[in-house]
Design a binder for this molecule. Structure first.
Ligand code: SF4
Ligand code: SF4
Length: 214
């Protein structure tokens, strides 16, 4: 499972760097490398673009996994070049941006937008698999998440618009509840289609979300 991102339009990045002329760029060797939004190639392309704008790029690095503890090591290793910069442009998902900001007082600018947590089903094709709702029903929906796979996020069966197994919102897409029905049927667990899920308990995942593991 990966954080799926898209690169921000360059005009937006340019605007966020307005008045910040010395930039250190950080990429991530995991998720944004996989999505080609913040790996080595994208970092180097960004470096060139910023230099064409007249910015001074004091250095760059691609941290193996920008959201873990190695980020602190990478920040220390690049202490001098980061010290010479006025800001950091971080081309990792928002987790990496948070991580970098936790070690530095300088402005930290995200170079990508974090879209969702997802899986790659075929090369270059990513889909959302979990919205982290805090009340997982996968055990009763044959492993298909109705929150992310259904356009309306319905947890108690299909809407009235499902038609011949296709979704009324996107006719190219299979209706999530038809898929759930088929898989439950194959498992001999169709009775679960009749089980009513209670109203969503938004207290199950209050924000900010925190968990203490003892
Ligand atoms: S029901 Fe869907 S959104 Fe909720 S935790 Fe399970 S997989 Fe994630
Ligand atoms: S047709 Fe199926 S997938 Fe589409 S919104 Fe209705 S229940 Fe959800």
């Amino acid at each position: 499972m990966k954080s799926i991102t898209k690169q921000k339009p360059f005009e937006e990045t340019k605007g966020q760097l307005d008045g910040l002329d010395r930039v250190f760029i950080i990429g991530c060797g995991t998720c944004t490398t996989m999505t080609k939004t913040g790996g080595r190639d994208e970092v180097l392309a960004m470096k060139e673009k910023l230099q064409e704008l007249g910015k001074i790029v004091t250095g760059w690095t691609v941290i193996p996994t920008a959201c873990d503890e190695m980020t602190e090591v990478a920040v220390k290793e690049n202490n001098e070049a980061i010290g010479n910069s006025g800001c950091l442009l971080v081309m990792s998902c928002a987790l990496g941006v948070h991580k970098v900001s936790s070690y530095l007082d300088k402005p930290v600018i995200p170079g990508v937008d974090t879209l969702f947590i997802g899986l790659e089903d075929e090369p270059g094709n990513f889909h959302e698999v979990c919205a982290q709702c805090g009340q997982c029903v996968l055990g009763e929906t044959a492993g298909i998440c109705p929150i992310t796979a259904c356009h309306k996020g319905l947890v108690n069966g299909p809407c009235g618009g499902t038609n011949r197994g296709k979704c009324e919102v996107d006719k190219e897409k299979d209706c999530a509840w038809t898929l759930i029905y088929q898989r439950l049927n194959a498992q001999g667990r169709l009775e679960l289609m009749r089980k009513q899920q209670p109203p969503k308990n938004f207290q199950a995942a209050p924000r900010p979300r925190t968990v203490k593991i003892v």
